[in-house]
Design a protein around this ligand. Structure first.
Ligand code: NAD
Length: 348
């Protein structure tokens, strides 16, 4: 196996990992360890080119720095990618990649991401201890989705407080896009809180089942973005908030779980210009990484830790909204600047 360091100025360490004999090629990107060991998942998917894979690793690892810092976790940002079809991954590839992770001596902790399963994490753990997302064990954190949904639910209440003057969701209409792991748990919490739901998913059976359970309206996947509601909660895919969709939105606020909801940072300004309050995704959806953190940090009293950190997310989001109001700018820009200040303080 060949492991080479790539000199990339924006990142602390970037490794290119290759073993041609077993068909392994990928990258490990450590963006920052200023706040603690870098943590972020391992993704496996086909990439159009090696450049595309590297760009993804660099972008995602930087995103993890912001997400972990905003959640108040003593963790930095990192991410790893393996190029290839995850359905064809082999044990040899995972074990070799685990060895590459070990060479970073704990400055990067991996976990499950796209194309990986808890069983794959178990395999990695044979060769490296710097792995979370295990299916079992003393600190195994399990499925993060319920905690992610809890964090989004609490963030939606903070958003409602700032947009409508009350966190009460009774009678509020919320449009949820994507009814997978996160969206399904979120719908249960919103329904319980008295919200009226408008739901969309590309899987017609899934949306029909959940709509039936919660007496919700169904929108087709294209029209959910222009559904008339109080809050839009994107819980499916990235880049749904863009120059094409933002003019059609008929909501007063956006707060959901999907990663990278904004196609570009300019889209944060577009939302702001339309008077739509945007809860930055990496703040609202931090529940997942908070859950993983309990495993990385070997937290014994998991429930208390998770509740405290989710409460801190609420406080942080409230502070972001307050500052954005004072500065008359998008909360997304404020969220980034708050993390930049945290990192600069640590460097000082
Ligand atoms: P998932 O794959 O379980 O669910 C995604 C759902 O979205 C599926 O039901 C899918 O059919 C649906 N979908 C896909 N494209 C759609 C479209 N165009 N319109 C409507 N529905 C569509 O994924 P998940 O774990 O629920 O995660 C959802 C989002 O939240 C992702 O962006 C993920 O990166 C992010 N996220 C998840 C977690 C977590 O704990 N799972 C944590 C943080 C962020």
């Amino acid at each position: 196996m060949q492991i080479s360091r790539l000199p990339i100025e924006s990142h602390e360490t970037v490794l290119r990992v290759q073993d041609t004999e077993i068909g392994l090629a990928g990258f490990i990107a450590v963006h920052s360890t200023k706040l603690g060991p870098a943590a972020g998942g391992l993704r496996m998917r086909p990439y159009a080119s090696e450049d595309a894979a590297l760009t993804d690793a660099l972008r995602l690892s930087e995103g993890m720095t912001y997400k972990n810092a905003a959640a108040g976790l003593p963790l930095g940002g990192g991410k790893a990618v393996i190029m290839g079809d995850s359905r064809k991954k082999t044990t040899a590839q995972l074990l070799a990649f685990a060895n590459a992770i070990s060479t970073l001596e704990g400055s990067y902790w991996t976990a499950e991401d796209m194309g990986m399963t808890p069983q794959d994490m178990e395999l990695l753990a044979r060769e490296t201890k710097f792995v979370a997302g295990l299916p079992s064990g003393p600190h195994a954190s399990g499925d993060p989705s319920p905690i992610t949904a809890r964090g989004i639910f609490q963030s939606i209440k903070v958003t409602a407080q700032h947009r409508f003057g009350s966190p009460n969701l009774t009678g509020r209409t919320i449009a949820v896009q994507g009814l997978g792991h996160v969206g399904t748990y979120l719908c249960a919490l919103l329904h319980e809180a008295g919200a009226t739901l408008i739901l969309a998913d590309i899987d017609p059976k899934r949306v029909a089942d959940i709509a039936h359970k919660y007496h919700a309206e169904i929108a087709d996947p294209d029209s959910i973005l222009s559904a008339k509601a109080d809050i839009f909660a994107p819980c499916a895919i990235g880049a749904v908030l863009n120059a094409q969709t933002i003019p059609d939105l008929q909501v007063s606020a956006v707060c959901g779980g999907a990663n990278n909801q904004l196609a570009t940072t300019k889209d944060a300004d577009r939302l702001h210009a339309r008077g739509i309050l945007y809860a930055p995704d990496f703040v609202a959806n931090a529940g997942g990484i908070i859950n993983v953190a309990t495993e990385v940090l070997r937290i014994d009293d998991r429930d208390t830790y998770v509740s405290d950190k989710l409460a801190a997310v609420e406080t942080t989001l409230g502070r972001i909204f307050d500052r954005a109001k004072t500065m008359e700018c998008s909360p997304a820009r404020v969220a980034v600047s708050i993390v930049d200040e945290m990192l600069a303080d640590r460097a000082a």
